[in-house]
Design a protein around this ligand. Structure first.
Ligand code: SF4
Length: 243
């Protein structure tokens, strides 16, 4: 049963991806977030914002800053004071925790400048191990294991950044992934996120996060919340259909 899920994921991973990653419903914002050459810090800062609010609201924050301050160049961002950021976050209610996340944003910029010479892509350049990239994300203020593995997972799966291994890249249990893992019978219906993460590690230890590909596709296209289209689903033959 798990073999099919891994096989589908590997096929998707092996296909070259030229598509822009759709983080938010704003093409200009997506263009900035996808531009890892020029604005790798936009990606890092958006990941850091992705905490206890809807992803769409978190990922648009770098773009809101760009619109307000007129540039998203790291050398301009470093000149914005913490007070200015706190004021802007509060005034526009950018986050559920405005003061705290303004600080996370501020110290994120400062770490990128001081530790990575102003170039956030130094976090993932040079074919690093997955654990070293996850660890570097963990070092940012406000980042925990969930954000750090998500950040590494998107870099590996969506942006195809080369890593020397993928062992530390976990699944990111979003709503589609949880639903598919439960309905397929990999985990019980009351499974928590940790159980889903560890089950994915058991299924494909060398790259647990790759399973996001297949679960997400199945969840979006066939395994819909109210009306699962089992007879059309690509894992119909292997699914326990715990619905
Ligand atoms: S076969 Fe049905 S229940 Fe199983 S994953 Fe597909 S749509 Fe969901």
């Amino acid at each position: 049963m798990s073999d099919l899920l891994v096989k589908i994921a590997k096929q998707r991973f092996d296909k070259p991806s030229s598509q822009i990653v759709h983080f938010v419903d704003n093409e200009e914002a997506n263009a900035i977030l996808n531009n890892l050459e020029e604005y790798p810090h936009a990606y890092v800062l958006a990941c850091l914002m992705d905490r206890q609010i809807k992803a769409e609201k978190a990922w648009i924050i770098p773009y809101e800053i760009y619109k307000e301050f007129g540039s998203f160049n790291i050398n301009s961002l470093i000149n914005i004071s913490l007070d200015e950021l706190i004021r802007f976050f509060n005034k526009n209610k950018l986050h559920r925790f405005n003061e705290m996340m303004a600080e996370v944003f501020y110290y994120g910029i400062s770490d990128i400048v001081n530790k990575y010479k102003g170039n956030a892509s130094n976090i993932w350049s040079g074919n690093p191990s997955s654990s070293s990239v996850v660890y570097k994300f963990l070092e940012f203020k406000g980042s925990g294991i969930k954000i750090s593995t998500m950040a590494a997972n998107i870099l590996a799966r969506q942006f195809r950044i080369p890593f020397s291994d993928y062992y530390s890249i976990d699944i990111s249990p979003d709503i589609h992934i949880k639903r598919v893992m439960k309905r397929m019978g990999f985990v019980p219906f009351d499974a928590n996120n940790d159980m889903i993460i560890y089950k994915a590690r058991e299924i494909n230890p060398e790259f647990p996060g790759i399973i996001d590909f297949s679960c997400w596709e199945i969840g979006r296209n066939w395994c819909r919340p109210k009306t699962p289209l089992c007879s059309e689903c690509i894992v119909d033959s292997d699914c326990k259909k715990v619905i």
